[in-house]
Design a protein around this ligand. Structure first.
Ligand code: ADP
Ligand code: ZN
Ligand code: ZN
Length: 702
C-alpha cells in the first residue's frame, strides 16, 4: 500500500519551491513525523506536513506519473511534532514572509539534520528519565517564602484569569519570584506540564538561570531544567531539544529561539524583560519572539506572562482596560521588595559646563562621596573604544572605514583603528595618512577613555580603609573571551570594584547590591533621532539603569541616578525624574496615534543590498512600480502606502550598499495580504548587481 506525503525540507528563503514537496511512503506517517528524504543528489531531513490517501492531483508534476515521486528514505524514530507546533511554524512563515522550509528547519536543532535513525535512537536512550519529584506537600515546605501583597495578588490573578498578562513591575518588585511561583503551581497541577521561560540574553542574566535551577532541580531533578540559546554547542542544543520534546524537561529557559522549542505539554510561557529589542530576530525570518509567544499561548492553550518595568509601548497599549479594547490583563507591582525606594533622578545641565566637559564637577563629587563611603557607582556611555574618530586638524582627514559609511574607532589599548561594522582593523598611523602631519587627535569619547579619565580625576580619592579607588570597565571589548563577563560581574558583586564603567550592557538586569549611584554621561543622542522608537528605548534604558541602584532599603534615601544633558527640560527627562512610565507612555502613544505609527498602524521594511546604491534602490523602485498591478487582487489595496526607496542610515557595510523601502497601512490584514502577493513580485524582479533582499515585518528600527 502506497501513501503520499507532503514533506517540508530546508529551502532557501525566497526559493521557488517554497511549499512542501511530495514523497511516497509504504507506511502511514502522521503529520509532524521527522523523516529523511532524497532531494536531488542529497539526502536531507524533513518534516511530514500532510498525509494524502491518494496521489494529490493538484500538485504540479504529479499528474499521471506517480512513480516519479521518490520514496522517503527513513523515519527518524522521534515522536511527531505537535499540531500546535506546526501551526506556529506555518504562521511564522506566512506572517514574516519566509519559506515554510526555512522556518521549520531552522526551528529544529542543527545537529538533528546530520543524524540517521540509529544515531537518533542512541541519543534518545541517553536522555535520562527524571528523578521522581519531591511530593507536592513537601515541595511547598521547601519553598516557604513570604510573598508581598502585590505578588500574592498578581499570582492569584494569573491563576484565575486567562491572560495574556502584562506584569508591569518596578525593578526589584519581585517579578522573577512571581514567575517562579506561578511556574511551580503549573508544574504541581499536572505531572507532565511544561513551562517556557524566555530571557533576552542568558549571558547577561546568569543569576536568573541559577535561581531557576536552584528552585526546581531539587524538586524535579537536574534533568528537569534545560537551557536553549545560541551560545550552546550543537550537541548541547540537541540534548536540550530532545529533553523538551520528550517531556523530560519540565522547564525550558532560553532566548528568543526557544519560542520554537517542541514542548508537547506547554502550560505557561514567561517572557521576561519583554521590551528588550533582542526578542526580535535580525536575520533569517525576522520574527518577534514576544509576539509569537502570545500567539503560541493561544495555540497551546498555555498562559502567557510578559513582564517588564518598562513594557514596550505595544504591550502597554494592548493592556489598556478591556472596556477600551485592551486584550492583555495588566498586573501592577509598584513597590520594591524590602521597601527600597527608586533612586532620585538628578540632571546636570551641560549647557552650564565648560565645553568639552566629560564629567561635570557635581557628578564627580557625588561619585567620590560613594567611594569614600565604601559604596559602588556605575557610569555608562553608549560607545566603546577610546574615541569614535581620529582626525587631522591640518587637512581634515578622518579615520573613515574604506569599506563602510562609518568611522573607524580608535582603541588605545592595542593602538588600533577598528571598524565596528565590518571589523576592518589597522594599527594607528603615526602621522596623518593624507598629509603627513604628526599631530593627529581624537574626537569624542568612548568607554575606554572614560575609564582612563575617571582614574585620572579620582586618583586622589580613597576608600574607607585608605586604599586607592578601583575602576573596572565592562563592554563588548572587555568581555570578548568566554567567561570574561561572568568573571567581571562576579568582581563587582564581590565588592572588588568601586566604579564600574561600561556600555548599556551593564544597565540591564543585573542585581547589584551595593550600587548607590548610576550615571548616564551623554544620553542625549536618542532625543532627536528620526526613529520614532528611539525615545522609548532611551527611557527604558535609563529606567532600567536607575533600577540597578538602591535595591537595599538601607540605601534607600541616598541612591541616585545622574543624567548629564543639554536638554534638562525635555519631557523624557521630566517623566524620568518622576519615574513616570505610564505618563511618558501615554504622551508617546498619543503622538504615535496622530501619526498612525505602531501600535496604531502597521509597517514592513524591504531592505536590499547591492554592489551599488543605484542598484539597491533600482530593485526596490522596480518592485514598487509593479505593486500597482496588485490593486485588483489585494483587498484593501487603497490602504497601502509605499514610500520611496532610500539609503539606509548605515548606507554601506563591508563594501555592500544598502537601501530600504517602507510600506505602511492602518490595516494589518491589508498589509499582510499585500505583502504575500508582493513577495512574488520581489522574488521575480531582476536587477543587475543585487546581492540580497529581505522583508522585515513589524520592524523595530526604521
Ligand atoms: P525583579 O525581577 O522585579 O527585578 P526580583 O524577583 O529579582 O525582582 O526580586 C528582587 C529581589 O527580592 C531578589 O533578590 C529576590 O530574591 C527578592 N524577593 C523577591 N520576592 C521576595 C519576597 N516575597 N520576600 C523576600 N525577598 C523577595
Ligand atoms: Zn592631514
Ligand atoms: Zn568597516
Amino acid at each position: 500500500m502506497m501513501h503520499w506525503l507532503s514533506v517540508v525540507v530546508q529551502t532557501p528563503a525566497h526559493s521557488n519551491v517554497a511549499g512542501p514537496l511530495t514523497y511516497r511512503s509504504e507506511v502511514v506517517l502522521p503529520p509532524g513525523t521527522l523523516v529523511r528524504v532524497p532531494l536531488g543528489t542529497r539526502e536531507v531531513m524533513g518534516v511530514v506536513w500532510a498525509l494524502f490517501p491518494e496521489i494529490p492531483p493538484e500538485l504540479p508534476g504529479t499528474g499521471g506519473k506517480p512513480l516519479d515521486i521518490k520514496c522517503i528514505t527513513a523515519e527518524l524514530g522521534i515522536t511527531p511534532l505537535s499540531k500546535a507546533w506546526r501551526q506556529l511554524i506555518s504562521f511564522t512563515a506566512s506572517y514574516y514572509q519566509r519559506s515554510l522550509g526555512e522556518v521549520a528547519l531552522s526551528a529544529l536543532p542543527p545537529q538533528l539534520r546530520t543524524l540517521n535513525a540509529s544515531q537518533v535512537e542512541r541519543r534518545l536512550k541517553r536522555t535520562k528519565l527524571p528523578d521522581a519529584p519531591v511530593p507536592v506537600d513537601k515541595q511547598n515546605a521547601v519553598n516557604k517564602i513570604a510573598l508581598s501583597a502585590e505578588q500574592t495578588l498578581a499570582i492569584d490573578q494569573v491563576g484565575t484569569k486567562n491572560g495574556p498578562f502584562l506584569l508591569f513591575g518596578a525593578t526589584g518588585s519581585g517579578k522573577t519570584e512571581v514567575y517562579l511561583q506561578v511556574a511551580l503551581q503549573v508544574l504541581q497541577s499536572d505531572p507532565s506540564a511544561q513551562v517556557l521561560m524566555m530571557v533576552p540574553e542568558i549571558n547577561l542574566t546568569p543569576q536568573l538561570e541559577e535561581r531557576v535551577r536552584e528552585r526546581f532541580c531539587r524538586l524535579y531533578g537536574d534533568e528537569a531544567v534545560v537551557s536553549m540559546h545560541s551560545g550552546m554547542t550543537n550537541p548541547q542544543r540537541l540534548k536540550s531539544w530532545l529533553a523538551a520534546h520528550s517531556g523530560t524537561a519540565r522547564i525550558v529557559l532560553g532566548t528568543r529561539m526557544a519560542v520554537f522549542a517542541s514542548m508537547p505539554n506547554l502550560k505557561l510561557i514567561v517572557v521576561d524583560e519583554e521590551h528588550d529589542p533582542s526578542y526580535k530576530s535580525q536575520d533569517g525570518a525576522r520574527y518577534s519572539a514576544r509576539d509569537l509567544a502570545v500567539y503560541r499561548g493561544k495555540l497551546d492553550n498555555a498562559k502567557v506572562i510578559l513582564g517588564s518595568a518598562t513594557p514596550s509601548f505595544e504591550s502597554w497599549y494592548h493592556s489598556r482596560p478591556a472596556g477600551e479594547g485592551g486584550r492583555y490583563q495588566r498586573l501592577i507591582m509598584a513597590e520594591r521588595i524590602g521597601g527600597g525606594v527608586l533612586p532620585k533622578v538628578l540632571t546636570v545641565n551641560m549647557e552650564h559646563q565648560p565645553k568639552k566637559t566629560v564629567l561635570s564637577p557635581p557628578l564627580l563629587a557625588a561619585i567620590a562621596e560613594r567611594i569614600a563611603r565604601g559604596e559602588q557607582a556605575m557610569v555608562f556611555l553608549n560607545r566603546r573604544g577610546y574615541a569614535p574618530v581620529l582626525h587631522c586638524g591640518d587637512c581634515g582627514w578622518k579615520s573613515e572605514c574604506p569599506h563602510c559609511s562609518a568611522y573607524r574607532v580608535f582603541h588605545k589599548i592595542d593602538r588600533t583603528l577598528r571598524c565596528h561594522h565590518c571589523g576592518f582593523t589597522q594599527r594607528v598611523p603615526r602621522a596623518c595618512p593624507a598629509c603627513g602631519n604628526t599631530d593627529i587627535s581624537t574626537i569624542g569619547r568612548g568607554t575606554e577613555q572614560l575609564e582612563e579619565h575617571l582614574a585620572d580625576l579620582l586618583s586622589g580619592v580613597t576608600r574607607p580603609d585608605g586604599s586607592p579607588v578601583r575602576i573596572a570597565r565592562i563592554d563588548a571589548d572587555s568581555t570578548k573571551f568566554k567567561g570574561a563577563l561572568q568573571q567581571q560581574l562576579a568582581q563587582v558583586h564581590a565588592g572588588e570594584v568601586d566604579v564600574l564603567v561600561g556600555t548599556q550592557m551593564i544597565a540591564k538586569g543585573h542585581d547589584f547590591r551595593n550600587i548607590t549611584l548610576v550615571a548616564a554621561v551623554n544620553p542625549d543622542g536618542a532625543l532627536f533621532s528620526s526613529d520614532f522608537r528611539a525615545p522609548e528605548r532611551l527611557f527604558s534604558l535609563l529606567m532600567q539603569a536607575a533600577g540597578r541602584a538602591g535595591r537595599e532599603a538601607a540605601q534607600g534615601g541616598r541612591s541616585e541616578m545622574w543624567i548629564q544633558t543639554h536638554h534638562p527640560l525635555h519631557p523624557l527627562y521630566l517623566a524620568l525624574k518622576k519615574h513616570d512610565y505610564p505618563g511618558f507612555a501615554a504622551e508617546q502613544l498619543k503622538e504615535r496615534e496622530m501619526a498612525t505609527l505602531a501600535p496604531f498602524g502597521y509597517s514592513a521594511l524591504v531592505r536590499s543590498e547591492a554592489r551599488t546604491q543605484e542598484a539597491a534602490q533600482a530593485f526596490l523602485t522596480a518592485a514598487s512600480a509593479q505593486a500597482a498591478g496588485l490593486a485588483d487582487v489585494v483587498e484593501g489595496f487603497e490602504h497601502i502606502i509605499l514610500y520611496p526607496a532610500v539609503p539606509m542610515t548605515m548606507q554601506r557595510v563591508a563594501n555592500v550598499e544598502r537601501a530600504q523601502m517602507l510600506v505602511e497601512s492602518h490595516s494589518r490584514k491589508a498589509l499582510q495580504q499585500f505583502l504575500s502577493r508582493w513577495h512574488e513580485v520581489l522574488r521575480t524582479t531582476k536587477q543587475k548587481g543585487l546581492i540580497r533582499w529581505a522583508v522585515d515585518v513589524d520592524p523595530l528600527v526604521i
